[in-house]
Design a protein around this ligand. Structure first.
Ligand SMILES: C[S@@+](CC[C@H](N)C(=O)[O-])C[C@H]1O[C@@H](n2cnc3c(N)ncnc32)[C@H](O)[C@@H]1O
Length: 209
């Protein structure tokens, strides 16, 4: 249950978005994730946070990774389960919100946090602490989000400044990790109808020491 007045009913809101036939963010993995996932090798264990309709978790499983994934929206997770079955892979899915998920400590070789900007600053602090704590030493976080310039583009993401990321914010939030790459950039996104058009993005790759 979100205490953020901007998103009072996240499960209901996202179930309505995911209730249609298509995939809101498509069925191909996010490009920042796809182009950096080589840091993980087959057989390693990874977690896809707020995984939506499964495009990222299922692709990671197709790469031979052992994948856990969760999302607050049961309709999204149901579609993700079907996508995994269609592609003949197994993902350990859970329906959970990010405060209620059965987080583990030092458990994952990798964590993917792709567009998890539903989190207001208080929830974000709790979530980021879980990400850091969940990585094994040597494990790597791959994170993608929008920057405040996205408020001019409006091609996806929450229209709320306090939910967006800047380079200094991510540097400070993940100071406990070794930052391997942190890039503030603009690019064309074609991720279903949900993320479509010229976008102000930020990508992070960071390793637990
Ligand atoms: C922009 S979508 C991104 C989905 C997925 N990561 C992707 O890249 O396709 C945000 C996701 O966050 C989920 N979500 C929203 N609030 C959440 C919460 N409090 N805990 C867990 N998931 C949440 C939504 O259901 C939705 O699937």
């Amino acid at each position: 249950m979100s205490l953020d007045p901007a998103f009072p009913d996240p499960a209901g809101t996202w179930n309505r978005r995911f209730g249609g036939e298509g995939f809101v963010f498509g069925t191909e993995p996010n490009e920042w994730l796809r182009s950096h996932a080589g840091v993980w090798t087959p057989g390693q264990r990874v977690l896809s946070v707020a995984d939506g309709e499964g495009r990222n978790s299922v692709w990671l499983a197709q790469r031979g990774l052992v994948v856990d994934a969760f999302d607050i929206a049961e309709l999204g997770v149901a579609k993700a389960r079907r996508l995994a079955a269609e592609r003949g892979v197994t993902v350990n899915f859970a329906v959970a919100d990010c405060d209620g998920y059965a987080w583990q400590r030092a458990a994952w070789d990798g964590i993917a946090a792709i567009f998890v900007q539903f989190a207001d600053p208080a929830l974000r602090a709790r979530l980021f602490a879980r990400l850091i704590d969940g990585l094994k030493p040597g494990g790597t976080l791959i994170l993608q989000g929008y920057t405040p310039r996205q408020l001019d583009h409006r091609t996806g993401g929450p229209p709320l400044l306090e939910h967006l990321y800047t380079e200094p914010m991510l540097r400070e939030a993940f100071a406990a990790l070794e930052i391997l790459e942190l890039r503030d950039y603009e690019a064309e996104l074609a991720e279903g109808s949900g993320h479509s058009g010229w976008s102000a993005l930020i990508g992070l790759v960071a390793r637990r020491r």
